[in-house]
Design a protein around this ligand. Structure first.
Ligand code: G6Q
Length: 541
């Protein structure tokens, strides 16, 4: 029996029929207090959700849904370290990574907080030696280039946060990321770099990910081509992993290994040693300030009543569009260039967590689950895909994220940027009617093409400035939104079995591509034809 059979869902469905045609123009005109009442502030982070197609009753019914699935108990279980990642037999305790030293959080009867802080201290010491130039490469030179080699959760988080907090970075350090097994990624990253000034962070929870190990081996060869002596490896490679044995086998000194734990999922691991590149870039004080922002939002999520709980509200609004308005996608549109990787980061976090069609009992779900998440930093998107947002046939709920202050206040750039933010949410919500166009004297034949129906929902998130603290708040906000939605859809949000099949098939296909004889065993006709073409093209057949 899925969620769709419950009373709350059925009431929401009936309610949807009643309010689906409501126009934001009308409901704003009817209620002058709406903007104020449908807004929420938490420690400087402001959410205006008034431009959503909801009434107070919609919210009450959505809250009933949260109660019906016992969301509060699920939140409690996650924070308490219960093994909610059932299919992998693990807890999902990323919140422990940003808990203050004084807290006590147990996993398997062990308080994990001291371990977390010991690793943070180790990271601090290490990043300080790099930042100060104390860490010397094999030829005695300080490190100028830091290259994180990792993929998925071991890449997107630190890459996103390094860019988001670039204004706080130590500018004489060049931090780069190599993820793709495509050799071009590595080749371009090291263009023009000197090995004796370059440090690689091999970032892999399992230390068995093929892309990462392939890139790491290439990095080792590149380094040894220049520095020749194998002893150089210890000065130019460090590892972030849970797998000591494999780190050792690779030749990395385990003194220079930063651990984490199996209760941290890859896509939720930014606050662990996976964030090492971020700490090197912005320093320990800023990194800890970011953890403070995460923790503040964790506490808000854990303790605030559901109706005033920012992640819960955003989760329920997402459910409202995904499941009742049949919206297929959700856009994240940050009006801050430093957040340019933020949509891609949450594309992984959301789609890998809630892109599931099987519920916790093992049955097929009867309702739509995770949306397609996408987006881009404004205002570039306005000159590209916003046409569809304004006039397309699809409903695309969107989050706009903006700041009152810029890190680079140049002339009136920031006013212009934010004017666009405000204008877009206004245009999406209220549109422009054919009557107005007619009154303006627009040629009749053009009126349908120039009409904006409006009624396109957005959330607006604003803070004073994109600081490390605010970034932490924002990331935790979305993490918990995703969790709350997973609870409602009754899917396991912390596994990712869907990435396995392709990965395993690639192993077999690679074997065939690299053997002299093409056996084509277990290969379908289409794939065999493509492989044959590839073999011929690369000159191997
Ligand atoms: C994230 C996933 C996945 C993972 C990568 C890298 O939640 O688990 O994106 O982070 O596959 O894995 P390793 O860190 O083990 O190399």
């Amino acid at each position: 029996m899925g969620i769709e059979t419950g009373a709350a869902w059925r009431e929401l469905r009936t309610h949807y029929e009643q309010v689906a045609e409501l126009q934001l123009t009308q409901i704003f005109a009817d209620d002058p207090r709406r903007a104020k009442e449908f807004s929420l502030e938490f420690q400087g982070l402001f959410l205006d959700y008034s431009k959503n197609r909801i009434t107070r009753e919609s919210l009450d019914l959505l809250m009933n849904l949260a109660d019906e699935v016992q969301l509060s108990a699920a939140i409690y279980d996650m924070f308490a370290g219960k093994k909610i990642n059932v299919t992998e037999g693990r807890a999902a305790l990323h919140t422990a990574l940003r808990a203050p030293k004084s807290s006590r959080i147990e996993s398997d009867g062990v308080d994990v907080v001291p371990q977390v802080h010991a690793v943070l201290d180790q990271m601090e010491e290490f990043s300080q030696t790099i930042r100060s130039g104390q860490w010397q490469g094999f030829t005695g030179k300080p490190i100028r280039n830091v290259i994180n080699i990792g993929i998925g959760g071991s890449d997107l988080g630190p890459m996103m946060a390094c860019e988001a907090l670039r204004a706080y970075s130590q500018r004489n350090l060049n931090i780069q990321f190599v993820a793709n097994v495509d050799g071009s990624d590595f080749a371009e990253a090291v263009q023009g770099l000197h090995a004796d000034e370059t440090l690689f962070i091999v970032c892999s929870k399992t230390f068995s990910t093929d892309e990462t190990l392939t890139n790491a081996r290439t990095a080792r060869s590149w380094l040894l081509e220049q520095l020749v002596d194998k002893d150089a490896i210890a000065k130019h490679f460090v590892a972030v992993s849970t797998n000591t044995e494999e780190v050792q086998a690779f030749g990395i000194d385990t003194q220079n290994m930063f651990g984490f734990w199996d209760w941290v999922g890859g896509r939720y691991s930014l606050c662990s040693s996976v964030g090492l590149a971020v700490m090197v870039s912005i320093g320990a004080t800023n990194f800890r300030a970011m953890l403070g922002g995460f923790h503040a939002m964790d506490e808000h999520f854990r303790t605030a009543p559901l109706a005033q709980n920012m992640p819960v509200l955003m989760a329920l609004l997402g459910i409202w569009y995904n499941n009742f308005f049949a919206a297929e996608t959700h856009a994240i549109l940050p009006y801050d260039n430093y957040l340019k990787h933020f949509p891609a980061y949450f594309q992984q976090a959301d789609m890998e967590s809630n892109g599931k069609c099987i519920d916790k009992s093992g049955a097929e779900v009867a309702v739509q689950t995770g949306p397609i998440v996408w987006g881009q930093a404004g205002t570039n998107g306005q000159h590209a895909f916003y046409q569809l947002l304004h006039q397309g046939t699809k409903l695309v709920p969107a989050d706009f994220i903006g700041f009152a202050q810029s890190h680079n206040p140049t002339c009136d750039h920031h006013d212009k940027l934010m004017a666009n933010f405000f204008a877009q949410t206004q245009a999406l919500a209220f549109g422009k009617s054919s009557q107005t166009l007619a009154d303006e004297g627009v040629e009749a034949a053009l009126i349908p093409h120039r009409t904006f129906t409006g009624n396109r929902p957005t959330n607006s998130l604003m803070a004073e400035k994109l600081t490390p603290f605010v970034l932490g708040q924002l990331i935790a906000l979305y993490e918990h939104k995703i969790f709350a939605q997973g609870v409602i859809w009754d899917v396991f949000s912390f596994d990712q079995w869907g990435v396995d099949l392709g990965k395993n098939l690639a192993v077999e296909i690679l074997h065939q591509l690299q053997s002299d004889e093409a056996s084509n065993a277990n290969i379908d006709a289409s794939t065999a034809q493509l492989m044959a073409r590839y073999r011929k093209g690369r000159g191997a057949s």
